[in-house]
Design a protein around this ligand. Structure first.
Ligand code: ADP
Length: 252
């Protein structure tokens, strides 16, 4: 700082520089804090599946040879937890490497078709009906990264399936030069306070429920990053115990 200001006698200029400098330091500080928190949360998240794997491996070692039912149960649990760790590490890497926002490959994408494909695959996976309403008159292509946008839409519809046992509606419409993709459910819903943190990494309202459903608490953070990398935004309307509507707003 002394070197920067050594040859400058203009007080106003120095004050401006000082302000910019402080701002920069604050941002570095903020980023460091975020990174440290991410690493500590990530380690914590990995501990649970690891300890389940260790317990079952020990059980296998002690009793696996004599009791076939213990053998089967342990192997199944180990495989399931290992799968969970794989999913978690893939999502963590995606966020840590900023993959959601870097290397976005824009190409013309038929969003209606993409949403239809997501709906079809989740209808099969969850064996339940998902209603799809396309309000766009002609087929519409937007410039997007097909794989990433597919992932963002998948996360929202998947969450609606995980956190609601009732009706799910997906709407696509055009409004004010924007393309809106809304995912509406009539499930748990979220309080105003929960809505504030919902896009934070590792935030989960009900950890046990999320875990049981194969959740990691990273889906919405990834979804938001992808949508913002497309110049769009994501909004939420929700009421506790009544349901939620998540909407992706994309520039056309
Ligand atoms: P997860 O992998 O746990 O589902 P997300 O980041 O996708 O992580 O979501 C974070 C949390 O937000 C979830 O654990 C859940 O508590 C809550 N949530 C997400 N979507 C919904 C929804 N449609 N209805 C109610 N709660 C939701």
């Amino acid at each position: 700082w002394e070197k920067i200001t050594a040859h400058n006698n203009n007080k106003d200029e120095i004050a401006d520089m000082q302000q910019a400098y402080n701002h920069m330091i604050d941002r570095i500080d903020e980023n460091m804090t975020k990174q440290i928190r991410f690493v500590s949360d990530a380690s914590h998240e990995l501990k649970t599946p690891l300890s389940v794997i260790t317990s079952y491996a020990e059980l296998l070692q002690r009793r696996g040879k004599q009791r076939p039912e213990i053998f089967d149960e342990s192997v199944e649990a180990i495989l399931s937890e290992a799968g969970r760790m794989k999913h978690l590490t893939e999502q963590m890497l995606m966020l840590a490497k900023n993959e959601a926002i870097e290397n976005v490959r824009f190409e013309p994408v038929d969003i209606s078709q993409m949403v239809r494909d997501v709906v079809r695959s989740l209808t099969l996976a969850y064996k339940r009906e998902i209603h799809y309403y396309d309000m766009i008159e002609q087929s519409l292509t937007v410039s997007a990264d097909e794989q990433k946008m597919n992932q963002a839409i998948y996360i929202l519809v998947d969450n609606a399936c995980k956190y609601s046992d009732r009706e799910i509606n997906i709407y696509i419409e055009e409004k004010d030069k924007q393309l809106l993709i809304s995912v509406q459910d009539f499930g748990d819903g979220l309080s105003k306070e929960e809505q504030e943190f919902i896009f934070d990494r590792f935030f989960r309202v009900d950890k046990a429920r999320s875990r049981k459903a194969g959740g990691t608490g990273l889906g919405l953070a990834i979804c938001k990053a992808i949508v913002e990398a497309h110049g769009g935004k994501i909004s939420i309307e929700s009421r506790l115990n009544e349901g939620s509507t998540f909407t992706i707003h994309l520039p056309k």
